[in-house]
Ligand binder design. Sequence first.
Ligand code: COA
Length: 506
Amino acid sequence: MCSVYVDGVRVTKFEKSGSDLKSLLVEAGRKALATSKYPEPQAIFIGAMNPEEFTGSGNIATLTADALGLLGIPSIRVETASSSGAAVFSVAYTAVASGIFKNVLVIAGEKMTHLPIAKATRILAEVIEIQEREAGASMPALAAMITQAYMRRHKISHEGMEKVLSTIATKNHFNGSLNPLAQFQKRITLEDYKKSKFVAEPLRLYDCSPITDGAAALILTREKTDIRVVGIGQGTDTLGLRQRDSLTSFMATRIAAKQAYEMAGIGPKDINFAEVHDAFTSFEIINSEDLGFFEEGMGWEAVEDGVTHIDGQFPINPSGGLKSRGHPVGATGLAQVVESVWQMRGEVDPKRQVGKVDRALTHSIGGLGNNNFVIILEKNNDNIKPAQRKSFYTLPIQIPRSADRDDAGIDGKEGILETFTVLHVPPEGFPSPLILGFVQIDGKRRVLARAMFLGKYRLGERVKLERDGNSYFFRKVTFLEKVKYYLRQLVRSEKGFKKSPNSWLK
Ligand code: COA
């Protein structure tokens, strides 16, 4: 396998743009080629999540080759939902490393802001597993339920979590204010955060990445440059959250991280800074744990201690992240690499420069954490301190099980409300507000259901499931049902007593 290097890089301004997708891709591509010593690529690799539905146009690989004046050479599109920008980097890397191509142009982009929010939300939700989608789940809704589950698991109060999430939001908006290419260059205060509307409780407007237009591009080459690609990893997981063992970490990230660190021969401690997929503020915490930067359940403390701030010991998202730089879904994974290259070359505004960078890591999530990438770049410089080669990635990895989890016999059952959210910006076709919750049955199976009635619900309370067509609904159990439940438990424990009376004495 040949070594692969990054040459010219470029990102368009992320914003509500007047340009169409083709123009954004071409702008990024042309500018990257203009800054490269290799302006005649042998192939084009394009990442985009869903131009067909967002813009009504397909076949963008050919369209872009033509618009760039590069007809004749191979041009191919790559898609893995919201990690498409990282996926196209990975595929292009393989093509160059294999020796087939010497120099290739990699471009990724998305055009989203021309659509009404409910329609954009519905298109984004198409990557969600069908049962969860039919219940009304959107990306913010699932992220909100993951946040609740994280709070419950690590015993964090609502006030405590609000403080941590608002710190991430203000940090990333501050970083974005220093980035002229970010969608939001507006700093926000704790007050602004607290006043902002709930999107999916407990997540507010300032916890969510926005809808954005934009594109990124770079040249990958076998010719030696100052930046070498030293690690790439990719992991997959079940589409549905209901089919996963854990709601508080992403196994696909752990798999990708392990591969990338092993390929680079380094561990998390050898990385100087990271651009991670903060589509929702709580994801920044979970990602920083899955990537091995902080211990499980400690990522939120690192935020509070200022470790991840731009001038902290381990800066995260100096670009402003998805939160503030913006999230044109297909472009993001590649834009993270461009930011890393700029930081490593010392080409960002000194106010945003995280210091001397020998190694940077980027992390991109596809779908709701089910097709994730980790990329590690290293300064190709003989003077850099050699990697420690001690601190390999040590987090446990459980290979995801098959998605076929039986939901037979769930209808009419009682279960525990494991996590829930009140969704205020639902996908097209669903009412607002919409209460959605994961109900756990028999201590193992999980289903996403809609609350039958609006009202107050508690995490961990018993609810009853009812099926209507393909969707499940939940409601509080009645007083009579509660009595029946406790009587059943009593009878069970009586039987247990009769079977093995000694067990009570132990
Ligand atoms: N963060 C900060 N400000 C935002 C914002 C965000 N995420 N989204 C919109 N705004 C700003 C707008 O610029 C606007 O400001 P203005 O009044 O000064 O122009 C204001 O907030 C209201 O914007 P509006 O368009 O009414 O917001 P919305 O309710 O339509 O959309 C969200 C807000 C959060 C629902 C939407 O951005 C969203 O769905 N985000 C998630 C996208 C997603 O799931 N991506 C995939 C993840 S992998």
